[in-house]
Design a protein around this ligand. Structure first.
Ligand SMILES: [Zn+2]
Length: 111
């Protein structure tokens, strides 16, 4: 999905991949059909620059990704990503502490 030049056999396949991509990366988008030759998906956040544009090829069925701005600059997505990252970090370090100090109780750990 996420590469320039990716091809989809029709617009439905493109929509489907987009949907999965949105779920995976935890954001919502809006679809804009500029004309019959191209379809653009934009992050639902208006200030966000994330967008992907697929252009219909001359066979009138296949769509190919021609533009892909994959970096979000909306706060919602960044916040989610940061939360996930710090969550993992905390888990990893707590586990490490428990392994190194098997007698340490969770209560002590959290105090
Ligand atoms: Zn965004």
């Amino acid at each position: 999905m996420s590469d320039l030049g990716s091809k989809f056999k029709d617009v439905e396949e493109f929509r489907l991949c987009l949907k999965q991509f949105g779920i995976q990366h935890n954001f919502n988008y809006v679809l804009q059909k500029n004309d019959s030759k191209a379809i653009t998906a934009k992050c639902i956040d208006e200030v966000c620059k994330w967008h992907v544009r697929a252009t219909r090829l001359p066979d009138k069925a296949t769509y190919e990704i021609r533009v892909f701005q994959e970096k979000h600059n909306c706060t919602r997505v960044n916040k989610t990503m940061n939360d996930a990252a710090s969550g993992k970090w905390i888990t990893r370090h707590i586990l490490q502490d428990i392994r190194e100090n098997p007698n340490m109780t969770l209560k002590k750990l959290l105090s």
